[in-house]
Structures are given as structure tokens and as C-alpha cells.
Ligand binder design. Structure first.
Ligand SMILES: Nc1ncnc2c1ncn2[C@@H]1O[C@H](COP(=O)(O)OP(=O)(O)OP(=O)(O)O)[C@@H](O)[C@H]1O
Ligand SMILES: [Mg+2]
Length: 224
């Protein structure tokens, strides 16, 4: 039996845009154990990214409880939440979000600046995670000089550089062809075998076959 990493109970989230309210999540319960690799699937607009933003402490929720390890997330102020996120969670997005003017090594090392690491440690750690994703030889190149699949591997290296215990990926293969998708999913699998907990949001059935568990979300409700 694995340890519980995430325990969400009755999470509700409403967006207010001017006069309009939209309830994006209804009483969501979610439990994630350490070492799991799971997919969150559902139609467009069903609340997947909203759930990921809450899981990743990028956004707040209206009611319910969220425990990450032994931390009650509701008790953190925004500075504490940012620190907790930087320490524990790595993010991967569909659009890679690499900075075009920085080379690959600097892109990967960037989160360590916010973590307050000194320069030599930053480059050593960035090099190490680039080796892990098989791109150390590309460290001096700019993002524009590598393929989509390679860009996503760089983004995964950047997500790993602060040694998180959870990787959250929102449609990580949405911009990739089938060969690159396979490579990225195999990389996530390898990381998972090394004990990383991985949560992947996806539309693609192809992607879902790499995970141990699928959670379905429809109209802001979890239908497992
Ligand atoms: N910042 C926001 N302000 C207002 N409404 C929002 C906001 N973000 C999301 N929503 C609404 O909440 C609902 C859920 O959005 P969410 O982005 O979580 O869906 P999703 O499942 O990730 O969709 P997709 O597969 O298209 O990415 C949608 O109806 C969306 O319009
Ligand atoms: Mg989304």
C-alpha cells in the first residue's frame, strides 16, 4: 500500500466574469497515491485544467478540503503556496513555454533562480536533468533549433530540476505527432518507474494507455 500524496474532498470552484458565474467544479473528490501515474480525461470545457490548476496550487478553490502530503493547502497564504509549489510540483504544458532567447540549459536552470540556488549548482542540476531526458548535448542550442518532441523533453527537464514529488502535465502531447507522443509518454513512464507521481490531462486515447488509472471528468464532476 502506497502513501497518499493528494486527498481532495468536495472541491468546488466557480469562475466569476463580470456578472456571469460559471461553476467549473462540483464536489470533486480525488485521491492520488505516491508513485501513481494517472490520466484525467474529459471533453473540452469539462474542468480538467481547472482541476489541474487547483492541484498545482496555481489557483484557489471556493470550498472543500485539499491535503497534499500532510499539508492543508487552505492554510497557506499566497507566498507560502508559491514556495510549496516550487518545492513539490513540476508543470508541463501543451505549448512548452520555453523562453526563445535563452539556450536549453538556461531554460532548464531558470526555476532554480526562483529557488535561490547559486549559479554553479543551477547549471550542475540543469545538466543532470537534461542528461535524464537525453538532451545534454543540445544544451547550447536555442528552442527554435530543436523539434517539438525535444522541446517537450526540455520542458520536462525544467519541471524536474527542482526535484518535485509530483509532475502535472496539461495536454503534454497536444502539439506533437504520434512518434513524439510515444517518446514523451515513454519518458513519463520511465520517470514514474523511478517513483515520480505523474498526473496527465489528455484528450487522447493513445496517451491514456500508458497510465495505471484514468479519471473521467464531465461538466465539472468526477465520473470514475
Ligand atoms: N479564468 C476563467 N474565467 C472564467 N471561466 C473560466 C476560466 N477558466 C475556465 N473557465 C471555464 O470553466 C470551464 C472549464 O474550463 P477548463 O479550462 O478547466 O476546461 P478543460 O476541461 O481544461 O477544457 P479543454 O479540454 O478545452 O482544455 C469552461 O467552461 C471554461 O470556459
Ligand atoms: Mg484544458
Amino acid at each position: 500500500m502506497n502513501d497518499v500524496l493528494i486527498e481532495m474532498h468536495n472541491i468546488n470552484k466557480t469562475y466569476c466574469t463580470g456578472e456571469v458565474e460559471f461553476k467549473a467544479l462540483h464536489d470533486v473528490d480525488l485521491r492520488v497515491e505516491q508513485g501513481e501515474m494517472l490520466a484525467i480525461m474529459g471533453p473540452s470545457g469539462s474542468g480538467k485544467s481547472t482541476l489541474m490548476h487547483i492541484m498545482g496550487l496555481l489557483d484557489s478553490f471556493d470550498s472543500g478540503s485539499y491535503i497534499f502530503l500532510d499539508q492543508d493547502i487552505k492554510r497557506l497564504n499566497s507566498n507560502q503556496a508559491a514556495y510549496f509549489r516550487n518545492q513539490n510540483i513540476g508543470f508541463v504544458f501543451q505549448s512548452f513555454n520555453l523562453l526563445p532567447r535563452l539556450n536549453i540549459l538556461d531554460n532548464v536552470a531558470l526555476p532554480l533562480i526562483y529557488a535561490g540556488e547559486k549559479r554553479s549548482v543551477r547549471f550542475e542540476k540543469a545538466y543532470h536533468v537534461l542528461e535524464q531526458v537525453g538532451l545534454a548535448d543540445w544544451r547550447d542550442h536555442r528552442p527554435s533549433e530543436i523539434s517539438g518532441g525535444q522541446k517537450q523533453r526540455v520542458a520536462i527537464a525544467r519541471a524536474l530540476v527542482c526535484e518535485p514529488i509530483l509532475l502535472l502535465a496539461d495536454e503534454p502531447t497536444g502539439n506533437l505527432d504520434s512518434q513524439a507522443t510515444k517518446e514523451i509518454m515513454e519518458l513519463f513512464q520511465t520517470l514514474n518507474q523511478q517513483n515520480m507521481t505523474v498526473v496527465i490531462i489528455t484528450h487522447e486515447k493513445e496517451v491514456a494507455k500508458y497510465v495505471n488509472r484514468i479519471i473521467k471528468i464531465i461538466d465539472g464532476r468526477v465520473k470514475s
